[in-house]
Design a protein around this ligand. Structure first.
Ligand code: PLP
Length: 287
């Protein structure tokens, strides 16, 4: 059975799913998106992703295309039709289709909605986590509203390509003061020399990762110390451990930064344990 996509009210074969050439998401990146991890066909951290979706849309004055309840039904139907148990659901909402003009279209335009679902090989993901991944650093060059999850991802795409060409899995953006902001598609963390967890605070120009938020709960429940404070690439290399979080990566150990090993150059006990605890939590609370 082939993949099925949802486009503006219809489920269609993935290969035939198309949007209009004057969709403002396509022409102006005037669109937001969300990604949910799927465990056993259910949406992980559902509430957090819906809340962020609503906030992203509201910051851009795009109306919710349907109620949260209706959207949940459509997302779950997309998952069901694709028969995916472990994977990712992608939702994109653009301002809609209108003659090309930078300013918002006059009159009411219906937001355009696209949903795709893809399977993830969890065994392969676990094997990758057991080995850990490398990251490279790259100068921060994104706009000032990275808290809005827009599809304007060109700097992220270029950073990710730089990582790929260096044989790394992720790129960490570094701001003009020399601190890591976040990854191209993940939040960045270390376990510092004193064993304290460190990750950038959300007053900075970063995406408020939903996985990050859930993990902060897990960390506090575990009684671990956490400091929402920035760190430099040098501090990451001197740290005991480093890792990244995101719906796509969950909690993934980082073993090298710009070719320099972090700690012993292998996944550490804290990241490994937090990955397990995060997955347990996400699986138990998925809807
Ligand atoms: N930061 C960026 C730039 C991202 O694109 C993502 C996820 O795609 C994240 C952080 C992690 O966010 P979440 O945990 O909500 O997936």
């Amino acid at each position: 059975m082939g993949r099925i996509a949802y486009v503006n009210g219809r489920f269609v074969p993935h290969g035939e799913a198309v949007v209009h050439i004057e969709d403002r998401g396509y022409q102006l990146a005037d669109a937001v998106y969300e990604v949910w991890a799927l465990f056993d066909g259910r949406l992980a951290d559902a509430e957090g992703h819906f809340a962020r979706l609503e906030r992203s849309l509201s910051e851009l004055s795009i109306p919710m295309p349907m109620s949260r309840r209706a959207l949940t039904i459509v997302l779950k139907e997309a998952v069901r039709r694709n028969r995916v148990r472990d994977g990712l659901v992608y939702l994109q909402v653009s301002r809609g289709v209108a003659p090309r003009d930078h300013a918002f279209p006059a009159g009411e335009v219906r937001p355009a909605v696209v949903i795709t679902v893809k399977a993830v090989d969890r065994a392969a993901a676990e094997a990758r986590a057991a080995k850990g991944v490398s990251v490279v650093t790259t100068p921060e060059n994104r706009w000032g509203r990275c808290d809005i999850k827009t599809v304007g991802l060109l700097p992220n795409a270029l950073a990710k390509q730089k990582a790929r060409e260096a044989g790394a899995a992720e790129a960490w953006f570094v701001d003009e003061l020399g601190f890591v902001t976040e990854g191209a598609s993940s939040n960045a963390w270390i376990v510092d020399g004193e064993g304290r967890l460190r990750t950038r605070d959300t007053n900075a120009n970063i995406l408020r990762g939903v996985t990050r938020l859930t993990l902060l709960d897990v960390i506090r429940e575990e009684g671990l110390q956490v400091d929402e404070r920035p760190f430099t690439p040098d501090e990451a290399v001197a740290a005991q451990e480093a890792f990244i979080t995101g719906a796509g990566t969950l909690v993934l150990p980082v073993v090298a930064v710009d070719g320099r090993p972090v700690g012993k150059g292998e996944p550490g006990p804290v990241a490994t344990r937090l990955r397990r605890l995060y997955i347990e939590r996400a699986r138990a609370t998925a809807i």
